[in-house]
Design a protein around this ligand. Structure first.
Ligand code: GLU
Length: 466
């Protein structure tokens, strides 16, 4: 059996967003699922629009998501010699011909065709045929090279997403594959690369469906077997429009900054156009075990940020506290907040109430840096009738030795204070939470206090009057 070889071939012309990266996820997953090879190819021939910043986002995004290529990145701009070599071969095979039609002539032709309600297409003026007399070659004009598309017959392929697609060759005119300065054009480079890189499966966005019959014809002219194609439906944004930077799509790396886990992103993106029964939450390993090209969705998928947050929350819940803490630490480090071995249990205690690492880091921050107490919370909860109880609590907590600074002992102290003051737990717990963490909504108070160092607790409780 031949080894599966897939590729992701982005054009670095804008920040890669979730819709783009989904086109990387499936070829990557298919290669991994089949023990194949995943290749990264940067299609940077559009010199006006390509830029290094976009390349960086591609590389950083893929590395963050753990979608590392086995081969590449290959840059098309570095392969120009190879394209010229293959172009020379096509000339030799008489599969291309020079066309001297000027832009003005082409425009006039298009206008005429449109007036006649015909589809605009090159009319084959310069296409050599046996017995045909070509026009005289105009002086000083550098020709383009056009590909001799077959005149009759059809091109068809069994698309793994869309099913059998058949296009009549009459629909396809002779494509320009080299510009007057000899630089090759897009469709030609893609085919040369897919042949050289021995790609077996092209999995890409369905905005390329129209290129496929042209590309297949070039494969054939070069005596190569076309790969299997799978054209993925578009990813729509929340407003139902095609996702693009122009209408607010974020760079994929932005999600890392917003505190999403790579595995959650992979899980979420996987479900944007592929399914495994009703499974919504799965690990990277499960995904790679299950992934195949038979369950790709046929209709456009719509991005839903709330769902992404939910998926992320599920992954955070499932993750071991130690590992989660190492992810949270990255965010705290950025703020120069030093942590200690309490970080792991703090993450364990708070993870259930967070849907991003950023939200979890915000909770952790209260343990290591000063807290802002919103005045309305203070006014509402830290009322004069509880001040005595808070003072008593401070005094009793102060008596606890280092080794007794445990959830159990703290629970007993809290009980004693309630017994001594006649308050109910919420009457005491709410103001203490507000003083310690700036909010009355926290996990169980004994567990929270136990994770603070005693000095901070006493300081915050005694700052009650400030
Ligand atoms: N460079 C193309 C793009 O970014 C993809 C080409 C392909 O996958 O064949 O849309």
């Amino acid at each position: 059996m031949t080894t599966v070889r897939t590729r992701f071939a982005p054009s670095p012309t804008g920040f890669i967003h979730l819709g783009n990266i989904r086109s990387a996820l499936y070829p990557w997953a298919y290669a991994r699922a089949t023990g194949g090879v995943f290749i990264l190819r940067i299609e940077d021939t559009d010199l006006d629009r390509s830029n290094q910043a976009s390349v960086d986002v591609i590389l950083e995004g893929m590395s963050w998501l753990g979608m590392d290529p086995d081969e590449g990145p290959f840059y098309q701009m570095k392969r120009m010699d190879r394209y010229r070599e293959v172009l020379a071969k096509l000339v030799e095979l008489e599969a291309v011909y020079p066309c001297y039609m000027s832009v003005e002539e082409l425009d006039a032709l298009r206008e005429k065709q449109m007036l006649a309600k015909e589809k605009p297409r090159y009319d084959g003026t310069w296409r050599p045929e046996p017995g045909k007399l070509l026009p005289p070659i105009p002086e000083g004009v550098k020709p383009v090279l056009r590909f001799k598309n077959p005149i009759d017959g059809v091109v068809s392929w069994d698309d793994k997403v869309k099913g059998l697609i058949t296009i009549s060759n009459q629909e396809l005119d002779d494509l320009v594959i080299a510009r007057p300065d000899g630089t090759p054009t897009y469709n030609f480079c893609v085919v040369v690369d897919d042949i050289d890189m021995q790609i077996t499966h092209v999995i890409r966005g369905d905005d390329h469906v129209n290129n496929t019959p042209r590309q297949i014809n070039i494969f054939k002219a070069l005596g190569a077997l076309p790969p299997v194609y799978a054209h993925l439906p578009t990813v729509l944004n929340e407003a139902g429009e095609k996702m693009s930077k122009r209408n607010g799509a974020k760079a994929v790396t932005q999600y890392r900054q917003e505190g999403y886990l790579a595995d959650a992103m992979v899980n979420y993106l996987a479900r944007l156009g592929w399914s495994h029964g009703d499974d919504e939450i799965f690990s990277r390993e499960q995904f790679l075990e299950w992934f195949n090209l038979d369950h790709l969705g046929r209709s456009a998928a719509q991005f839903d940020e709330a769902k992404l947050r939910w998926v992320n929350a599920q992954h955070m819940k499932k993750m071991g506290d130690q590992e989660l803490a190492s992810h949270v630490k990255v965010f705290l480090d950025k703020e120069n907040i030093a942590t200690d071995d309490r970080l792991v249990p703090i993450c364990g205690l708070f993870k259930d109430r967070c849907d991003t690492l950023v939200a979890l880091a915000a909770w952790v921050r209260s343990f290591y840096a000063s807290v802002e107490i919103p005045s309305e919370e203070r006014e509402k909860h830290v009322v004069s009738s509880v001040l005595g109880a808070i003072e008593l609590l401070s005094a009793k907590l102060e008596q606890l030795s280092e080794t007794n600074w445990t959830k159990e002992s703290i629970a007993l102290v809290l009980k004693e204070v309630l017994a001594d003051t006649g308050l109910k737990m919420p009457q005491l717990a709410m103001p203490v939470r507000v003083l310690l963490m700036g909010t009355p909504q926290t996990p169980s108070l004994d567990a929270v206090i136990a994770l603070f160092d005693s000095k901070t607790v006493l300081e915050r409780l005694r700052a009650v009057k400030n």
